[in-house]
Write a protein that binds this ligand. Structure first.
Ligand code: ATP
Ligand code: MG
Length: 444
């Protein structure tokens, strides 16, 4: 992409309406534009990041055997009446009438719809487990939409649903998602901690929220610090090791808001390990047994000839919220430096030539480098604007492109000035740089 042709409407100053750094930065570098309260258009830069996050989420879902579907945003009210949630959901549900006067709604979540899909086709335990997911817009008429896309009214979510024949198998499914979430957030370079959570309007009795630490987060958390040292290496997929993994996390007290119990906390966590702080919820998984399958009559034949309601769980990731959450985690506000994880960066490499009115040689060199990296599959942006070098660098620091080649005085002969944001520049050959970037690409 040539910056002169791009749609990246950068603002000179921080927009005053934004209270937290992710919202500021997203408006400042033109990632989003508000359309109405809590509803946003995604401009090219923001959209690219969100799509890359979505792809990582998708890959990790596929790895545990979940199958992708796509359910509509608009749902009929009758299945919600069947489950009893049509009234329970209250004002957060956006209700619509079509021209025939039929009650419709913009889906805030999909337990009912997916159960309806399931029940019409799956009749036997032999077809279980089924893990289905989709990545689709949701609408919740939040009382206080705020912080930009962090708490929007319309937002983009991955929601998965598991169907099993009994509690034991259902726990296995639950653990697969638990594991897959740890891997997903790790690929996004986030340290998201699973915390025991309340189930809220979804219902059920087993639940974890995945939370990243941030002062601006809206979830209060109470943890044993040692939980932050845990890791989830490998690609364990058998029942026992997945159960062990979850137990490993559960051995340390870590809970969100409503689950907090002072006595228990102080009893289980020694004073030096206690951490009470705030975080952003980026994912939430629930096990709720036959809560929906019973209400919606989703039963399968069992081996002995009997029938039983399937056991279900649901698993959400806030894909659009993650864009903001990554900024909250990575943006150095004071120095105005953002560094996107390579895996989701809007561009992987910026080529920044010093352009001189009488001498276009730097631009020519930049253009040929640009072609080279494009043909090597590196997502590259070139700054072909007539602007001084330091403002260009400032601009790219803000956009957060993690690697830069600066073609100025320090790029001489075969050596190019190559910089990873936040680190000292190095002089490297084109081959060396290509190698670094292709290796990163393969790793991600
Ligand atoms: P919160 O506690 O933040 O209101 P929730 O518990 O209502 O979220 P879930 O139903 O668990 O949300 O939805 C799954 C995920 O969707 C959440 O973990 C979060 O990342 C994301 N999400 C939920 N509500 C919003 C919203 N209004 N704007 C953006 N993302 C959201
Ligand atoms: Mg939640």
């Amino acid at each position: 992409m040539y910056i002169s042709k791009s749609f990246i409407p950068i603002l000179k100053n921080n927009p005053s309406e934004a209270k937290i750094k992710s919202h500021q930065l997203m408006l400042r570098v033109g990632m989003i534009k508000q359309s109405s309260a809590g509803i946003y258009s995604w401009l090219p830069l923001g959209f690219k990041v969100m799509k890359k996050i979505e792809q990582i989420v998708r890959e990790e879902q596929n790895k545990i055997g979940a199958q992708e579907i796509l359910m509509p945003t608009i749902q009929p009210s009758d299945i919600w009446k069947e489950s009893g949630r049509y009234d329970d959901y209250g004002d957060e549900m956006l209700r619509i009438k079509d021209r025939q006067g039929r009650e419709m709604l913009y889906g805030p979540t999909n337990e009912e719809l997916v159960t309806d899909i399931f029940r019409t086709s799956i009749k036997s335990y032999k077809s279980l487990p089924q893990l289905l997911y989709h990545i689709q817009w949701k609408f919740r008429d939040e009382v206080r939409p705020r912080f930009g896309i962090m708490r929007g009214r319309e937002f983009y979510m991955k929601d998965a649903y598991s169907f099993d024949v009994n509690d034991e198998d259902a726990a296995f499914s639950y653990n697969k998602f638990f594991f897959s979430y740890l891997k997903t957030f790790k690929r996004l370079e986030l340290s998201a901690i699973p915390m025991a959570a309340d189930t809220g309007p979804i219902g059920g009795n087993l639940s974890h929220e995945f939370i990243i630490l941030a002062d601006t987060g809206e979830s209060k958390i109470f943890t044993d610090k040692r939980v932050f040292d845990l890791d989830s290496e490998g690609s364990i997929m058998d029942r026992q090791s997945l159960e062990d993994l979850r137990k490993k996390y559960e051995q340390y007290y870590s809970v969100a808001d409503e689950k907090f119990d002072k006595v228990e906390f102080e009893e289980k966590v020694s004073e030096e390990n206690r951490l009470i702080t705030k975080g952003i919820e980026v994912g939430h998984i629930f096990y709720f047994g036959d809560k929906y399958s019973k209400a919606l009559n989703a039963a399968v034949d069992l081996p002995g000839g009997k029938k039983d309601f399937v056991k279900m769980g649901s698993y959400g990731i806030g894909v659009s919220r993650l864009v903001g959450a990554i900024i909250e985690a990575k943006y150095d506000e004071k120095n105005e430096i953002m560094k996107w994880p390579f895996s989701v960066a809007p561009y992987e490499l910026a080529i920044i030539p010093m352009i001189n009115k009488n001498d276009k040689s730097a631009l020519d060199k930049a253009t040929s480098l640009f072609k080279h990296f494009e043909s090597n599959n590196i997502d590259t942006i070139i700054d072909d604007m007539d602007e001084n070098l330091s403002s260009k660098i400032k601009k790219f620091n803000l956009i957060g492109v993690p690697y830069q080649i600066i073609i100025g005085k320090k790029s001489e002969g075969d050596l190019l000035e190559f910089k990873e944001i936040g680190k000292d520049p190095r002089n490297l050959t084109l081959d060396q740089i290509t190698k670094i970037l292709t290796e990163l690409k393969e790793k991600n």
